[in-house]
Design a protein around this ligand. Structure first.
Ligand code: ADP
Length: 474
């Protein structure tokens, strides 16, 4: 089946297409998706500009109703959409259905936020004058999304953008256009007026780059790699756009001697390997104090070896495929590098079948100075770094150019509190995997991981609105 762009309320085909393949079975073709360029972005921005005034001034009830309906339609179709997600991205069906439900929850949350866009009334320093502070839409917003959460990330950018009265041009990752296309379809069914939401599919170098430079796009929200994100920020600044970036992580999980071993192994297994390690919040550095190190390493090695790698649609599967050949090549380069750098590599073999299957790998005996412990790999691999005590663990945890999520496993309230206050990260997890977050609270990091205001929850309003201060003399 052919899937078209969605521009100005119309489905617009392109002669050029991208074939969307299942990473678990390269013969399984999900569909062919229109592959646009700069000209399609220009059409979409023109449609979004034309729709902006009406949408920005529409009753919040209308915006609420569209988002609420979209959330309801996603829930109704969760199994089918989850299956599509699993087929195009490769995470297990359970994870994919969970992510789909998450997308619905996000739409429903922001349906409510549309009604809660409150302002302030302040007494003026001038007698008889009133001051009001309100939040207005930013304008046309460009959304650029990655492949690893192909329904949740588009949802958590689209929903707040629309809730606060902006119009949108979205470009999904080329590897996973299917879920984004379904969201456009659902918004149309939910009664979203023509031009308010526009979908343009195609390569980042053309579609993404045009979104970033287009003079009528007022703000860009981007999630993806550090290299691309930094360029997007530079280009947005040069073009005077507001920008929000979510990029990589090299998230530490500290395990101290007093940790509950079952909890620590469970959190590490989930954080490092679930979703095939393809999460920016993945636990890619396990920093373990010497008293518990050997027991933890033995238990984790055994548990990782038992994880079932295979077809995401098989309910027994715990780890789906790597997303594509290029990510697989990168994983293999890091696997070889771990040995070259002197790690004791456990696991990491290739799986069977016509897909990009690999077994989880543990880099025992790693140091924090090694490249495998400093660079984001984005695969089912994790470094184990042995340290003397908690103080060293905390120092190693913070010794990274990233700062997204940071975790500790401990039964000591004192250490947990100290870690929570001293971790240089946007999110802290105690006795939980570094990945796995709620949808109604802020998501984001520090240092090289994020830039600009937070995403999600009520904090999303900061990016998707601009402040107006009015002075009124009656
Ligand atoms: P990943 O390695 O996760 O694919 P990328 O940063 O390459 O990360 O991609 C994230 C998103 O950014 C994708 O939608 C991609 O198409 C888009 N993108 C890639 N290059 C550019 C660019 N030069 N300008 C804008 N967007 C881009």
């Amino acid at each position: 089946m052919d899937f078209a762009h969605f521009i100005g309320g119309q489905w617009v085909a392109d002669s050029d297409v991208t074939t969307n393949r299942n990473p678990a079975n390269q013969d399984d073709i999900i569909g062919t998706y229109a592959r646009g360029g700069a000209a399609r972005v220009d059409e979409a921005v023109a449609a979004a500009m034309a729709a902006l005034d009406d949408w920005a001034h529409a009753s919040p009830q209308l915006r609420h109703d569209v988002l609420e309906k979209a959330g309801a339609l996603i829930v109704e179709r969760k199994d089918e959409l989850g299956r599509l997600l699993a087929r195009e991205e490769g995470k297990t069906l359970a994870e994919a259905v969970g992510e789909t439900v998450r997308a619905a929850q996000v739409f429903k949350f922001f349906a409510g936020e549309a009604l809660r866009n409150t302002g302030d009334a302040v007494a003026s320093v001038r007698p008889g004058v009133e001051v009001m502070i309100e939040r207005e839409p930013v304008g046309v917003i460009g959304l650029i999304t990655p492949w690893n959460f192909p329904i949740a990330i588009p949802a958590w950018k689209m929903a707040p953008a629309l809730a606060f009265g902006n119009t949108v041009v979205m470009k999904p990752a080329e590897l996973t256009p299917g879920c984004a296309w379904e969201l456009a379809n659902i918004l149309e069914q939910a009664g979203c007026p023509a031009g308010v939401f526009n979908l343009v599919m195609g390569p980042g170098s053309q579609v993404g780059a045009r979104i970033v430079e287009h003079p009528d796009i007022a703000a860009v929200s981007f999630t993806g790699s550090v290299a691309t994100g930094r360029q997007v920020a530079v280009d947005c600044a040069a073009n005077g756009k507001k920008v929000q970036l979510e990029m990589g992580g090299k998230n530490p999980m500290v395990v101290v001697d007093d940790a509950d071993l079952d909890v620590a192994v469970g959190a590490a297994l989930n954080g490092a390997f679930f979703s095939t390690g393809q999460r920016c919040t993945a636990s890619s550095r396990l920093i373990v104090t010497k008293g518990i190190h050997d027991a933890f390493l033995d238990r984790l090695t055994a548990a990782a070896a038992d994880l079932v790698v295979g077809d995401p649609l098989d309910p027994k599967t715990q780890i789906g495929p790597v997303v594509d050949q290029s990510q697989m090549d990168q994983n293999m380069r890091y696997l070889a590098l771990a040995s070259e750098e002197g790690c004791d590599v456990r696991g990491g073999g290739l799986g069977n079948g016509n897909g990009f299957f690999m077994h989880p790998a543990i880099f025992a005996g790693a140091s924090n100075a090694m490249r495998v412990s400093r660079e984001e790999i984005f695969g089912p691999m994790t470094s184990i770094i042995k340290v003397d005590d908690y103080d060293e663990a905390l120092a190693v945890a913070n010794d990274t150019e990233f700062g997204l999520s940071s975790g500790i496993c401990t039964t000591s309230l004192k250490l947990a509190s100290h870690f929570r206050r001293h971790a240089k990260a946007g999110m802290v997890m105690v006795n939980l995997p570094t990945a796995g977050v709620d949808y109604h609270v802020p998501f984001g990091g520090r240092k090289g991981s994020s830039y600009g205001p937070r995403e999600q929850g009520s904090y999303a309003r900061e990016f998707y609105t601009v402040v107006k201060t009015s002075y009124i003399a009656p």
